[in-house]
Design a protein around this ligand. Sequence first.
Ligand SMILES: Cc1cc2nc3c(=O)[nH]c(=O)nc-3n(C[C@H](O)[C@H](O)[C@H](O)COP(=O)(O)OP(=O)(O)OC[C@H]3O[C@@H](n4cnc5c(N)ncnc54)[C@H](O)[C@@H]3O)c2cc1C
Length: 298
Amino acid sequence: MTKAVVVDRGALDREMAEAAAHAGAEFRLKTAVCDVRQSTVITRGINGHEEFAFRILIAADGPRSTVARRYGFSRAKVYLSGIQADIPAEGDPHLVELYPNASPEFFGWKIPSGNGRARVGLSGQTQVPERFAALLKQTGATSFVHLVTGTLPLGVMPRTYGHRTLFVGDAAGFAKPTTGGGVYTGIRSARHAADVAIACCEHNTFDDAALAEYERRWQADIGRELALGFRLFSMRQKMSSASIDGFVQALNNPAMIAAIVQYGDMDRPGTLARQLLKNPRMLRWMTPVLGAAIRSLF
Ligand SMILES: Cc1cc2nc3c(=O)[nH]c(=O)nc-3n(C[C@H](O)[C@H](O)[C@H](O)COP(=O)(O)OP(=O)(O)OC[C@H]3O[C@@H](n4cnc5c(N)ncnc54)[C@H](O)[C@@H]3O)c2cc1C
């Protein structure tokens, strides 16, 4: 179990939409970008076919990003399927439960969502519905509502800018490879993209040299954390259920728990990972795991 701040995603989205509207943004509901040609986006929707000229485009069109596919850009390294539902649950509203063995490529979770409910879900590459049914059983859930499914892109695309465009959020693969959480990193990327877009418009320069400033900024902010997260994700792929259990055992110690309480941060898990790796208990656990990982290369 780990402590976490649980954000109401619906409320966050509504607040962001209101702030954008106050700042002058226009919304086109039930409308999708279907093509990009030079400095024009082409949309299809309830208003039929429309064309919008742009000076700079911020592509925030999620894991399947039409814009990235139209440009033929290389995408995130790994795509996982995610599934989640609300179940009735009582308990500490700040305690998140993790189920590492619920999905061998990733993990399962149970997050309190208030009003006597918890959000139960997992991500993986195969057998996701079957694993989810088993997880529901494990958590004791007899009913659920609000079933959602989606895609988690892990590993940022090799280049997050080009053709007068900046890619943010899941469109660029900014979800954290350690947790699959993409709201915090998506918003960080969007903030850097907004700053760089403003600078480009003020200087009237939209070439790749100007856009590259975006990549420099997000790299300086969250690049190290995401790269470390992807290394931990790759290591996780090589861990058996037994080594996961060993990992949990290694954590079950006062010094480790103190480190988790002091450094645990779902948005910056690298800080905690670095602290844990300094502890001799963790090094003892890692020796056979690393050995198995190295042997699997040959
Ligand atoms: C089951 C599950 C649980 C998750 N839980 C968490 C969590 O607890 N915490 C967390 O931080 N993250 C979580 N995530 C990840 C998080 O949902 C994403 O990282 C985040 O939503 C990414 O935001 P985004 O705006 O970049 O993309 P999205 O939320 O995918 O938004 C993209 C938007 O673009 C629109 N769009 C797509 N194509 C087009 C087009 N052609 N034209 C116009 N619009 C288009 C879509 O309709 C959508 O509105 C979860 C993901 C899944 C699948």
